[in-house]
Ligand binder design. Sequence first.
Ligand code: UDP
Length: 483
Amino acid sequence: MSSENREFHIFLFPFMAYGHMIPVSDMANLFAAQGVKTTIITTPLNAPTFSKATRSRKTNSGRIEVQIKTIKFPSQEAGLPEGCENLESLPTPEFANNFSKALGLLQEPLERLLLEDQPSCLVADMFFPWATDAAAKFGIPRLVFHGTSFFTLAASDCVRRYQPFKNMSSDSEPFVIPNLPGEIKMTRAQVPYFLKENIENDFTQLMKQAHDSEVGSYGIVVNSFYELEPVYADYYRKILGRKAWHIGPLSLCNRDNEEKSYRGKEVSIDEHECLKWLNSKKPNSVVYVCFGSMARFSNSQLKEIAAGLEATRLEFIWVVRRGKNDDDVGKEDWLPEGFEERMEGKGLIIRGWAPQVLILDHGAVGGFVTHCGWNSTLEGIAAGLPMVTWPVSAEQFYNDKLVTQVLKIGVGVGDQKWVRVEGDSVKREAIEKAVTQIMVGEEAEEMRSRSKGLAEQARGVIEKGGSSHFDLNALIEELSSHR
Ligand code: UDP
């Protein structure tokens, strides 16, 4: 069969962490719904996450299918424990280096699949820098998926390029990010360690290669929408000169309760029970507290969160993941004495994994305490919520600036330091103050109203005639004619 006659076929190769896998599941559903043959490449232990989220869905145009193919994850070869195929299952953060090594070993098996299937294009995560070369070997375009916003792509590029933190006399003195529109302020303590410390390891090397391979790629796919951050989308395209398509918010492709619940891991609460609990609450009265799939807090920090929430006298849903270093995970010594009894009916604690989008979209939820992972941030925006920002690591401090300084739909809890896993120590008074600020009073209403405006726009952009719908189709058209 000549390449012109071959069906257009897209390969999606997501990084093995929930914050990257979840939006790629959504992306796969989106491409498939446009009639594109779509295949996700992953490893055996990560495959169920995708099969659940991409199970055939009925649309107006009929059934849509996403294929899933697996390649072996080289845990042993990279010095990782057996069964460790996801960033979330690293025994300690130090194993991140081994994980980076394993990612490099995936090139050969992926190339074998490219040879076998001959797809038309490869969308590979930023953490696979070698994918640009791999795609080139087969004469197909490689697109990059970072999983973050235009704002963060632009801001982190400016910080990496101009290194403004170098001129500061202390970790806490604010600097304005040079050349970035909007006079955005941050501090050296908030810059990721791999940018400011002179460390050479598999991970820091990977980050450098990721940057180079992005520049050499065909373009990037962004889970965002133009109207949310036009200045930074323009900056990324026009000043940095990169080709980009915005096709988000991806989470909005989940329309019914079932689709909203099946994202990532098995949920730790019955979705009907969760909805029943929410249905019994007044509109905008519940604050939802969740820190994504990776961040873990110490017991003392969890106790402060509990005390802070109790002090607000507000109703809440709090998703708790325990630290891995606890001697006894079964012990409940992270909760203040009698906390759950006092909070009965008022506070719902979900130990493990929550159906986040289902909760955020419920009318009873009026605010979101978030670690500013990009998926959570955008899901909060799509639900029209004001936010308390509590960034921890990765690129979360940049997303925090977008929410608090640009969009003005949230307030910071006051943590100041980029850390690899455990959260900074934030006191109960600060938590109480920030949560109250987004839930009660005039300022809260103003933030909520701004966020609701963005949510309305978000729903419009994915419909026919909307900017993300347009970009998705423009991307498919361009890639189809590329052959
Ligand atoms: N998530 C969820 N339930 C949880 C925790 C997280 O559904 O209990 C989802 C959340 O909706 C988001 C993703 O996991 O889509 C987390 O991605 P994000 O970028 O916010 O943070 P990360 O986990 O990468 O730090």
